[in-house]
Design a protein. Sequence first.
Lengths: 336, 341
Amino acid sequence: MFARRIPGLAGAVALAVALTSCGSSDSDSSAGDASDKSGQKTREFTVGDEKVSIPADPERVVATGYAVPTLIQADAPLVGISSWKRGEPMMDGEEKAAYDKLPKVAGELASETNYEAIAEAEPDLIVLGVPVPVLGDIDMDRLKSIAPVVAVGPMVPSEWREVSRQHADAAGVLDTYEKAEDAYDAKAAELKKKYADALDGLKFGHVGSYGDTSKGTFQREFNGSWGTNAAQDVGADYVGKPKEPGPGSRSVSEYPSLEELSDSLGASDVITYSVNTDGSVPDAVQAVLDSKLWKNLPAVKKQRAFPVAFTEAATYGDAMKTLDAIDKSFAPLLDK
Amino acid sequence: MTAVDRPVERPAGRRSLPQAAPLLGGLVLLAVVAVLSLGVGAHQVSPGEVLRALFDYHAGDDDHVIVRDIRLPRAVLATAVGAALAAAGALIQTLARNPLAEPGVLGVTAGAGFAITVGAGLGLAAGQGGQLLWAIAGSVLAALLVAAVGRTSPLRLVLTGTALTAVLGGLALGLRLMDPETFDTYRFWSVGTLAGREQEPLTLPLTGIALCLVLALTISRGLNALSLGENVARALGVSVARTQALTLVLITVLCGAATAVAGPILFVGLIVPHLVRRLAQGSVPWLLLHSMVLGPVLLLAADSAARVLLPTGEVPVAIVTAFLGGPMLIWTVRKYGAGAL
């Protein structure tokens, strides 16, 4: 959230790099009956090409990055977490209390990892929610000397589903995680059915909030991006692709000049745009809405431009709020 | 006519015709570049449509909106910022009698950057309007401090400005490293660009720039005398302290306002006075006039190039001016020798 509301941030380096230039790691796990030196049962967890021996039932977990909200919501046995400001606005009272209470062993950036604090937490597992390229900012040997390390991060925004599953799996809270997943899938299926006729054949476009309008640009998101992936589960189709696709999130979003607003969104039947969790409009989006070019867009003239909150959700728990927001915003389409 | 005017005006009068021609040429070039800038951008607009947007505007036509509401105010902004930075550069080089001086040497740019950092750290500089105010306040305070400490001599002034720039730069860097939010706010501001800035309320800073440009011309004769040395200037009846103080104020407002609205664009203030120095033939009034015309030409050309250089989007104009400015400075030195400086 933080990363999307305030231009360019989200751990300016770590997360931006994470989502623009790196890939997620495939992982798999297999139960085993081995034990570590302390006698704790272990199992083999595969992350990419690397196999990591982790506790079969972790009791003291340190989480960073995207793993933080997932493991808080799944009631993992956390003993330390990184700062995760972008997710704070989405946390309910209980989650926020847990987040505030847990010792912070790292900042927003991977480079702000506090190794001594992690060691003091005495974890038996460290789950890094950052993609592999960002690991260059981390002294992995030092971390591995403290506890087994599982590092998994998303390549594109919509991969939060797979990545969060891997985090929960490693931390031994897959059961709790899957309950949230099932609830989300049921809600999404219900909404998809509800809006099936209304959304049929419509071309969607999305204006995101991650960007810096001082550069005269806006964020255009396509299928698979932060602002679109939950709406896709409801049946919306954000057609098109970036003119110059890049790695990571650049494959599902772009930053055209404001001059290109009509070129980019002129053919969209419906336009959605990201708003903050309290419904307020981020500066990056407000600059677009204030433009005369925006007011000239066919979808806007037909009053088919809708705000969507909680677009930065990276857990099933948070994404439930996204579905609620989408349901509220798309309601006028039922009258078409 | 005062005693001050005579030695300055006579040579200026003799040169007025040959100098007026290149100035007129510069104005024509400025007009051409300005019109061309209205036709250049991410969205293709035909020349005919550009003219219709200017003289037969329809709010429902996207091409017209782009030309009138985005490119035209941006061209005005580029003209004002280019003139302000170039004039400020000419003033500081004359005042400091240092060819390598540029407006930032007074700590104005560092002051603006430090203020933006502090404002962001306090959570009060999120929007561009807020950043504008913080940048102006920082520029003014830094310049006042430099003027207070270094007012006794040009060398002391430059040294004080350099020292303050280093101190403020270090403090600001420390603050930014402690807070990622502050770092983000600053890094977007710190790369000078005109893109998107045209949508901000610019009436006040642009009015301030226009007034200061006029004032700079009115004191240019005093500066002409001052360029011969303080003793000579006093002998010619110039109030040295008053001229220096007023010049400092003008440099501060010109550079502060330009930096506040567009971010740091350093090379224009350094390079433009050198490019026109031979045309001015030692006359500060002509140096200022030529700078006020060539500065906008350079910035408009750089800004137009910035829009189309890369297929992935705009390049901040400060980067383009740096790429243009470096080779231009080297070319000037090679062609005209150190005397050009």
